[in-house]
Design a protein. Structure first.
Length: 298
């Protein structure tokens, strides 16, 4: 074998050996992946995410996907002759918009199931309606009624545990029911966080359109690899966290404080970002962890 080819083979072996302790540590543990952003729009990125999650399943993890579909919903709302409206980042959802959102999310859900099945893993797509998974009240934005937008009040994880026990990969779309059995759209970040808390996930990973959390958002060199909860709170209080990152980081802190070991904020625009973060000694995003958790990067 030529020296160049031998080096390539040895590099592949080193990558596999580097992944081994992580596979051992997290074997049979639950990981919740919130799937959204550009990774849902770009076909190549979509394929890489599904390959990542499928590989996690095949090496012994118990992944659960919770997906969004905001861009696709907006597209179909416009096609129906309506104008998408947002209040403080939340979609204003009347009855007609809710009908479109549920249709679109259902279509997205089954397309993800199909992609997983093509890779040889059994997947089942469900919504928060199934098995009473997600029960909600109406969410208000600064006191303003924004329609059928749900605030999660209860998670019944039995259906997820049943599917995991039977070796299925659950794929959840964020739609739930209130006490009157009306249908509500749910922010996918909120749904992923609530589910991760209830199933006591080892990891919760958010695929986003940013590289991670920065000490200074204007300086890309200040990307934080690991962020203990206490430091995350200080960062929020400093006013350096704004926009869509603020509710996401609050969700991360909430998940950690309710039993999730680590929460990862990853740039879903990078192919195979999930594998690079979980299976390499130096991840590529930001990991939020409890103050007493072991730190990998010192």
């Amino acid at each position: 074998m030529e020296e160049k080819n031998m080096q390539e083979v040895l590099q592949k072996a080193e990558v596999l050996i580097e992944a081994l302790p992580y596979i051992q540590r997290f074997n049979r543990r639950i990981i919740v992946v919130k799937y959204g952003g550009s990774a849902m729009v770009d076909e190549d990125l979509k394929k890489s995410v599904i390959q990542d999650v499928t590989l996690l399943k095949l090496v012994g993890f118990k992944p659960i996907i919770v997906h969004g579909g905001g861009k696709e919903i907006s597209k179909w709302v416009e096609k129906s002759g309506m104008t998408p409206e947002f209040v403080n980042g939340l979609r204003k959802t009347d009855a007609a918009t809710m009908e479109i959102a549920e249709m679109v999310l259902g279509k997205v859900n089954k397309s993800l199931v199909q992609m997983v099945q093509e890779l040889g893993v059994n997947a089942i797509g469900i919504s928060g309606k199934d098995g009473g998974l997600l029960k909600v009240d109406r969410k208000y934005s600064d006191g303003q009624d924004i329609g059928f937008v749900g605030d999660i009040k209860e998670v019944n994880p039995k259906i997820l545990f049943d599917l995991l026990e039977k070796d299925f990969l659950p794929i959840v779309c964020p739609v739930g029911l209130d006490h009157s059995f009306d249908t509500y759209n749910i922010n996918a970040d909120d749904a992923a966080c609530a589910i991760a808390r209830e199933v006591k996930a080892e990891k919760l990973a958010f695929l986003t359109d940013i590289e991670g959390v920065y000490k200074n958002p204007k300086d890309k060199s200040t990307l934080i690899s690991e962020l203990p909860v206490s430091e995350a709170n200080v960062l929020i209080e400093s006013g350096n966290i704004g926009g869509g990152m603020l509710p996401k980081l609050n969700n991360c802190i909430d998940a950690i404080e309710h039993g999730v070991s680590r929460v990862h904020i990853l740039d879903g625009r990078i192919p195979h970002c999930l594998l690079l973060e979980i299976f390499t000694n130096r991840g590529i995003g930001t990991a939020i962890l409890g103050d007493k958790e072991e730190r990998f990067y010192l």
